[in-house]
Ligand binder design. Structure first.
Ligand code: FDA
Length: 392
C-alpha cells in the first residue's frame, strides 16, 4: 500500500476557484494538492462566455450577488477586486475587451484563462491528482483524502467542487455532502441563471420561438433590463436568466415589453394618428411577430380612433406588466449556476474557513453566494479563492 503523503492543504475541485486558490497558496510556499475527478481541469471555464470566458465584471460589488447573508461577500470582494484579476490577465498578455455592462471577455479563447491558471499553479509547485474520485476522512485534526490507492493528509481541506449545475460537465454535490457530514448547514440548492418554462395557455408564445426583444423583466426583488428570448419551451435570454435567480416556483415573472415609451403613449398615438391600429403601433417598436401576437392577445382590432381611451390605457398597462407564470425551469441541466449551497453562517467571511471545523474551507460556487450573469460568478471564485489562500 502506498505511503500517506503530507501536504499543507488539499483542494478538491480544479475549477476556477480551486485552481486559483491552489496557485496563490502554492506561491506563498504552502505544499498544495489539487484534486479533481475530471481528467481535464476548468471545464466550465472552457465553455464559459460562449468559449471566450467572461472572466470578471469591472463593476462587481456585493450588490450583484444573492446570498442568505448579503453582507458576507463584501470582505472577500473588497480585498480582491476585478482590477486585481485584470492585472493577472495582463501579466499573462491575454488580450481582452469589454463587451457590455462592464463584462470583460478574452479576445481569443477561454483556454487562455485555464492555461494561465495552470501556469500559476505550476509556479506555486502545486501537485495535481486529476481523473479519479476522492473520499475524505477527518482524523486527529487532519484531513485524509483517498484517491485510488493513494492517501494524502493535510491539516486544511478546501471544498472547491462547485454546485450542481451541468452534471454532464462533472458537477456533483460533493462539497455539500462533505459539509453536511461535518454538521454544516446547507441552503437548499436550486438552479439559477436558467431558462424558465411555460405551459398551457401561455404556450401560445411558443409560436414566437426565436424572437428576442429588449425588455425589463422582474421577479421577486430582481429587475433587469436586457434582452428576453422566446424559446419553444418558454423564456430565456439574459433578462430572463437574471430574474430566474430571484424567481420561486408559483411566482409570476413580469415583462415590460416597451420600457422606453412614456405613460399615455397609446392615447397620444390616437390623437396623432387616429387611423392607425394597435398592431401597427406595436410593430413600430417591437419585432413583427411579437407585435402581432401581443396585438392578438390584446384583442383591440380596428382604428385607434374607435377605441376608448380607457381600453388603450388597459392595453398599455398589460404591455408594461405582461405576466407569465412559469411552471418550472430547465433545471440543473441548463442552469449556469446553483443558488444556495454551504451556508455563509458557517464560514468566516475573512478566510472562508468553517467556524465549527478548524481547517475546513469552502470557496466558489459551493458557497451560498451567487452572482448575476455577466462575469460576477468568476469574480466571486477568484475573490473567495484569494481569501482562503491568505489563510492557508
Ligand atoms: P467549478 O464548477 O468551476 O469547478 C468545480 C470543479 O470541481 C470541477 O472541475 C469539477 O470537475 C470538480 N468536482 C465536482 N465534483 C467533484 C468530486 N466529487 N470530486 C472531485 N472533483 C469534483 N460565470 C462567469 O462569471 N462568467 C461566464 O462567462 C460564465 N459562463 C458560464 C457558462 C456556462 C455554460 C456555465 C455552466 C457557467 C458559466 N459561468 C460563468 C459560471 C461559472 O462557470 C461558475 O460560477 C464557476 O465556474 C464556479 O467556479 P468553481 O471553481 O466554484 O466551480
Amino acid at each position: 500500500m502506498a505511503a500517506t503523503r503530507s501536504f499543507d492543504a488539499i483542494i478538491i475541485g480544479a475549477g476556477a476557484a480551486g485552481m486559483y486558490c491552489a496557485a496563490l497558496a502554492g506561491q506563498q510556499g504552502s505544499r498544495i494538492l489539487l484534486v479533481d475527478h475530471a481528467s481535464e481541469p476548468g471545464r466550465k471555464i472552457l465553455i464559459s462566455g460562449g468559449g471566450r470566458c467572461n472572466f470578471t465584471n469591472i463593476g462587481a460589488t456585493a450588490d450583484n450577488f444573492l446570498s442568505a447573508n448579503p453582507h458576507f461577500a463584501k470582505s472577500a470582494l473588497g480585498r480582491y477586486t476585478p482590477a486585481d484579476f485584470l492585472a493577472l490577465v495582463d501579466r499573462h498578455r491575454i488580450a481582452w475587451h469589454e463587451k457590455t455592462l462592464g463584462q470583460l471577455f478574452c479576445d481569443g479563447s477561454a483556454r487562455q484563462i485555464v492555461a494561465m491558471l495552470l501556469d500559476e499553479c505550476a509556479a506555486g509547485g502545486v501537485e495535481n491528482a486529476f481523473g479519479q474520485a476522492a473520499t475524505v476522512e477527518h482524523r486527529d485534526g487532519s484531513f485524509d483524502v483517498t484517491i485510488g490507492t493513494a492517501t494524502a493528509r493535510a491539516p486544511a481541506l478546501v471544498l472547491a467542487s462547485g454546485g450542481l449545475s451541468i452534471p454532464k460537465l462533472g458537477a456533483t454535490g460533493f462539497a455539500y455532502d462533505v459539509a453536511r457530514r461535518f454538521g454544516l448547514k446547507i441552503v437548499e440548492p436550486r438552479p439559477a441563471l436558467v431558462p424558465l418554462t411555460l405551459s398551457g395557455g401561455q404556450a401560445l408564445f411558443s409560436t414566437l420561438s426565436g424572437v428576442s426583444a429588449e425588455v425589463v423583466a422582474s421577479a421577486g426583488k430582481g429587475r433587469f433590463r436586457e434582452a428576453a428570448l422566446f424559446t419553444h419551451r418558454g423564456l430565456s435570454g439574459p433578462a430572463i436568466l437574471q430574474v430566474s435567480s430571484y424567481w420561486l416556483p408559483g411566482q409570476p415573472v413580469t415583462v415590460d415589453f416597451l420600457p422606453d415609451l412614456p405613460r399615455g403613449w397609446l392615447r397620444q398615438a390616437k390623437r396623432v394618428e387616429p387611423r392607425s391600429t394597435v398592431r401597427r403601433m406595436l410593430g413600430r417598436h417591437l419585432p413583427d411577430r411579437l407585435a402581432g401576437t401581443l396585438a392578438e392577445q390584446l384583442a383591440l382590432a380596428g382604428e385607434l380612433a374607435n377605441i376608448p381611451d380607457r381600453r388603450l390605457d388597459d392595453a398599455e398597462r398589460r404591455i408594461a406588466e405582461w405576466t407569465f407564470t412559469p411552471n418550472g425551469s430547465e433545471g440543473f441541466a441548463k442552469a449556469e449556476v446553483t443558488i444556495g449551497g454551504i451556508s455563509t453562517a458557517e464560514l468566516s467571511s475573512q478566510t472562508m474557513q468553517s467556524n465549527r471545523v478548524p481547517g475546513l474551507f469552502a470557496i466558489g460556487e459551493a458557497v451560498d453566494v451567487t452572482g448575476w450573469l455577466g462575469g460576477y460568478n468568476f469574480q466571486w471564485a477568484w475573490a473567495s479563492a484569494n481569501a482562503a489562500a491568505q489563510a492557508l
